[in-house]
Design a protein around this ligand. Sequence first.
Ligand SMILES: Cc1cc2nc3c(=O)[nH]c(=O)nc-3n(C[C@H](O)[C@H](O)[C@H](O)COP(=O)(O)O)c2cc1C
Ligand code: SF4
Length: 483
Amino acid sequence: MATPDLESFYHLGHEPLGDRACQGTACFVARHLQPERWRKALHDDTRVYCLGSCHVAPATTHETARPTARVRAPRAIALERVVTGGARALADYTRQGGYAALMRALSATPEALVAQVERSGLRGRGGAGFPTGRKLRAVAAAPGEEKDVVANADEGDPGAYIDRVLLEEDPHAVLEGLLLAAYAVGARRGHIYVRKEYPLAACVLHVALHEARREGLLGHHILGSGFSCEISLEVGRGSYLCGEETALLNALEGRRPFVRARPPYPAQAGLFGRPTLVQNVETLVNLPWISRHGGEAYAALGIAGSQGTKVLSLNSLFHRPGLYEVELGTPVRTVVEELGGGLRTGPLKGVLIGGPLAGVLPPHLLDTPLGFEELKAVGASVGHGGVVAFDTHTSIAALVHHVFSFGAYESCGKCTPCRLGARHIEQRFARVLETGPVSGADGWEDVVEALRLTSLCGHGTGLGEFAQSVLRYYREEVEACFT
Ligand SMILES: Cc1cc2nc3c(=O)[nH]c(=O)nc-3n(C[C@H](O)[C@H](O)[C@H](O)COP(=O)(O)O)c2cc1C
Ligand code: SF4
């Protein structure tokens, strides 16, 4: 029986989503296109941050338009099947070579698979960019009879709809990736945690699991091998924080999803204390390709430190919004101007890559390559690959207010700067928007520093990094907010 303490953490109940308008960042920057939708979002009883329909933002739960998907890389990897219409049914997936990677991996040792992934240079696509091979090896080597693997399908970053499309259109690739990961680390149990805001994805996964079970791709002695693994599906209840891996583990355990202090890392003590591998959906979808073509073929793409491809999701202000799989190292300018075709609504003022909890890239830095270290050097991030460009309709004061409003709403409340500081900054900028310049700028910069330096998880540090980049690149506009 769930406790009230647990219930109060989640923003959504057990009932269907119903008629809601989205309050995510892509909808926020597009609010001038359909002001009545945005007003509805602000007045809905419960906020919904990102329905994953950023290509048609401002969006509601009734949106059905499929985003276009294109590949601008030497090879299609993550979007291999999505660009040709997807492979929702098992028969479609196997017709396109699906589960061949698993079959091949099962005929070799788990160590061989770990070594392939290490050679690929793949880094996590969920935001932190941790080397996947290293994580697989850590879980494989962790002492313990029982281990778990988890697909993080919570995709909460406002502006990202990459995992949504992969889950809805290529669910078996996620299952195959998760099974490969389980085989590599010696796990017999897999879990998928999918957000409630993606009801179609949950439904498609449910069917895919059923099909896989029926065909002997799950359960005992998979494909006649000595490997056995079962996968379960858990649907979230509307909490951005549950995407943070340790909060997610607490949610799976049925506990209040606070962030856990590290160490121990999930690789050592994760779900119910067992060594656990948590990987993002897009990361997992890369694994079958790597297993089929080899780590070297993957590593041949991209740039040093950022190998392979990355899927990006572009918001509705672009002439050509949608999903793009690009080779890492591609200049951001190519993404914004060539692929997206620039903005259709006004002059470009900045680009948020990887969600609002990362730095803003101003127009003069568009030549920065899309690489983990390259973007970090200018205070931005690859993150999960949501690209939200905004135009001159959005003032920096309004953007800071929006991001901190989101930050305060989704904070798990464990650290003081995040719990109180985010709300303080939200309120301060709310006053600026209502009345014009307010007194005292220094207070908020101190909070930004505290967030960056003392937060327990990436939610607080990300808020700090966002604010720091705004102070760095839009200082004049920020200073105009204060007397
Ligand atoms: C506040 C917060 C929210 C996060 N949300 C997600 C998410 O929705 N999906 C995801 O894959 N990773 C998310 N992450 C990152 C996870 O903690 C973790 O690094 C990731 O799932 C690991 O998988 P990867 O190595 O394949 O990226 C989030 C992190 C933070 C700090
Ligand atoms: S930084 Fe914020 S979200 Fe993260 S643990 Fe602290 S209070 Fe929770």
